[in-house]
Design a protein around this ligand. Structure first.
Ligand code: G3I
Length: 374
């Protein structure tokens, strides 16, 4: 599936140099014919993570609707926000995002049904298998059920690979892994499929993009887990590569292409679920930084395309004005981070041109018996 020895096209050869970066998305979208039209190929969707608190700003809403096809709930469905106590669910934030997306005609992804990050303190008190499983099932059934037919794609389990992937099963010892065992992933997928049989179910993780032993090990854990799930007929439709790109790490193009091709051969799609650039290691000059960021994203998306392509690409935010990196990944020189495709004044950066380039592409259908979802 992959042509060996293929030389990666450079950003400039692909016509995506910084000089062209200021064109609006609208002018780029219709520039090329759709090579897959009529052959079951699907256009790659481009999305962005959205925070409820910024949706009150007209500029933020306009940026989403003018550049993207899809939104993903960034923090609204995390249990810290969703589950104030073991019984109740608070969908106030996610409802606002979902209603906005529906009225704007955008597709929606839900993030994340089972995720150890940003969980409420009461979860620590769950101490036996039965309660852990009952609670996880109820949370999935309630959340997916509420948005059945509306949220078309879910991160069902997020970040299940351990930070020491070479040890044991390679699974992170979350509360669910410890109390339910490794099968919690299959149980979660089945529960989500029962709640919405038409939804795209995704397992997503980080650090699947780079060169080096550690990252090879992480890809191996993901492949081992999904091969087993597919063999057992567990409902699973795609693997998410988060795509948080760190400036001090090197994207392993050939390994990414092989990984994507292997997933496709299992009948799975690929989604780039959380693309952004962590630019701490990049130079201060904003133009140089933006060019390096675009180059790194191009390398990842080109490698994914070479392996068979992504169903959709989600940026982890809308604008540099609002990003988790400005809280969690600050630069030593104190300059604002520039992780996204629109700058803090909502002007498109070179990264936007890269994203729109891959949005224009199509992906071939995956194995007919599993079928692509939304
Ligand atoms: O914006 C508020 C600010 O108004 C407030 O004064 C300040 C005080 O704490 O908080 C700011 O919000 C922070 C927010 O990041 C900014 O985007 C929250 O405290 C902080 O908890 C939040 O972090 C979230 C992070 O996960 C937690 O690890 C980010 O929103 C969110 O984008 C990020 O997303 C994760 C994915 O879910 C999973 N993959 C990795 C990714 C990045 O860590």
């Amino acid at each position: 599936m992959i042509r060996s020895g293929l030389r990666r096209r450079s950003l400039l050869r692909a016509g995506l140099g910084a000089g062209a970066a200021t064109a609006g998305a609208g002018t780029m979208a219709s520039a090329q014919p759709d090579p897959g039209a009529g052959r079951g190929h699907a256009r790659v969707k481009l999305g962005c993570a959205v925070q409820r608190r910024y949706l009150d700003e007209a500029e933020y809403r306009a940026a989403i609707t003018s550049h993207f096809d899809m939104v993903v709930t960034e923090d609204a469905l995390k249990w810290e926000r969703l589950r104030p106590n073991p019984r109740d669910f608070d969908f106030a934030d996610s409802d606002v995002i979902v209603n906005f997306a529906r009225s704007a005609g955008l597709a929606i992804r839900g993030h994340a049904l089972v995720y150890h990050g940003q969980v409420p303190a009461w979860l620590d008190k769950v101490d036996n298998r039965r309660d852990a499983e009952d609670d996880m099932r109820r949370a999935i059934a309630t959340t997916v059920g509420r948005y059945r037919g509306v949220i078309g794609s879910w991160d069902v389990v997020n970040e299940f690979t351990d930070d020491r992937p070479e040890v044991g099963s390679g699974l992170r010892p979350t509360v669910w892994e410890r109390l339910i065992g490794p099968d919690y992933i299959a149980i979660a997928l089945r529960e989500a499929a029962a709640a919405d049989p038409a939804a795209q179910l995704v397992l997503s993780d980080y650090f699947l993009e780079y060169r080096g032993r550690h990252y090879d090990d992480r890809r191996s854990v993901m492949l081992r887990v999904v091969r087993d799930l597919v063999r057992r007929g567990v409902p699973l439709h795609a693997v998410g590569m988060q795509g948080h790109l760190y400036g001090d790490r090197v994207v392993d193009g050939p390994a990414v292409s092989r990984f994507v091709a292997e997933l496709k051969s299992l009948g799975l799609d690929v989604v780039v679920t959380e693309l952004d650039i962590v630019d701490q290691a990049y130079p201060a000059d904003p133009d140089i930084r933006d060019r390096l960021a675009a180059q790194q994203a191009f390398e990842l998306l080109d490698a994914v395309t070479e392996g068979g392509g992504a169903h959709s690409i989600l940026a982890w935010g809308v604008t540099d004005r609002y990003s988790w990196t400005s809280w969690h990944m600050r630069r030593q020189d104190g300059l604002p981070t520039r992780p996204l495709a629109l700058d803090a004044a909502y002007r498109p950066k070179p990264l936007m041109r890269v994203l729109q380039h891959f949005r224009r592409r199509t992906v071939p259908p995956i194995l007919p018996e599993r079928g692509t979802r939304p």
